[in-house]
Design a protein around this ligand. Sequence first.
Ligand SMILES: Nc1ncnc2c1ncn2[C@@H]1O[C@H](COP(=O)(O)OP(=O)(O)O)[C@@H](O)[C@H]1O
Ligand SMILES: [Mg+2]
Length: 381
Amino acid sequence: MNIFEELGEKESVFKCKKYLDHRFLPENLPHRDEQIKSVAKYWIEALSNVTPPDVTIYGKTGTGKTAVAKFARKQLEQVARDKNVNVRVEYIRCTDYTTEYQVIARLCQQMGQDVPYRGWTKGEVIQAFRNLFKKNVFGKNLILIIVLDEIDILLKNDGDGLLYTLTRTENVSIASISNYVEFKQFIKPRVKSSLRDREIVFPPYNAHQLVDILNERVQMSFKDKALQKEVIPLCAAMAAREEGDARYALDLLRTSGELANEKGTEMVYENYVREAKDQIEHNKVTDIVMTLPSQQKKVLESLLYLTNRKEEITSGRLYDIYKEITKGDSVSYRRIFDFINELEMLGLISTKTVSRGRGKGRTNIIDLQCDTQLLEDAMWQ
Ligand SMILES: Nc1ncnc2c1ncn2[C@@H]1O[C@H](COP(=O)(O)OP(=O)(O)O)[C@@H](O)[C@H]1O
Ligand SMILES: [Mg+2]
């Protein structure tokens, strides 16, 4: 028998698994009415051919920022089409297009202008983008809303030139989305002042809200009565503890279902959720560690060393250990700071600044945010 047919014949707890995929955009976003309305309140101006104010959307991972932006985009485009108003919303994920050049080239491409991803000067690319408005390629008075999702790392690595350029392009409104409230530190005053900026905050979901979100998905994706009744509340509770992350809640649910299929049970049991948690954590840590550059791994190694010794980890102490481990083949203290930032963005560590009392200044304290055993396994495998 063909392997695919054989596998296809196996019983599954899923009815339609694609509804548990990250890329699926639900019709309905429970507990995000307020945030959707906030975005709409600003964007609605586009329908009267006025450039909407810029918005910044903040919130921790999995609080629905991307989903809300895409939802609002869909709704706005629908009305704009019906009313025959010239509005476009372009979505860019800045982890895929990581410099000003790339983002603007991508925007041109999405709008039908063929611009190469390398080879031109930045000035040429910007000109091509501005020409899209000048030549009235899109008819009169195009209003363009640009969603810059996950903008943090771009700003940090490439500076605020992108925002500078876009805020100086007429008829463009920017919606930047960030997981970190502090991301504005990367924007210089000259740009800050021209961002006509409204802030929308996405709070973490609590366990009850996550239950509602999961319930809707379960109906679409799992067969009837495939879940033991504790499964949804448990996924929700665990994800609420992980800073109200809906993506994590959905991952737990999907992985638990996959475990049921692997084990060949007709039902997803409560203990599968706990197993799923370990599996997800394990995969996350291994994925991150596997792709880290070697100097970054040395930093993690130093962190592990200090954590195992139960020492309080300051960046200075970390750098000392790091230098010992690398035996001269080390990068500057400044670079270590960048590494620490990146590890924090990846969720492997957390940092907090503490004051040492008058005259002693402030110190950064670093904490590992994952299981040390898991991390060790991932490092040495
Ligand atoms: N209120 C909600 N209702 C239904 N699904 C949601 C809701 N909020 C988030 N999700 C889902 O959770 C996952 C993470 O949401 P996402 O918008 O990507 O979060 P963020 O961009 O804030 O990290 C996505 O699969 C999304 O569809
Ligand atoms: Mg997102």
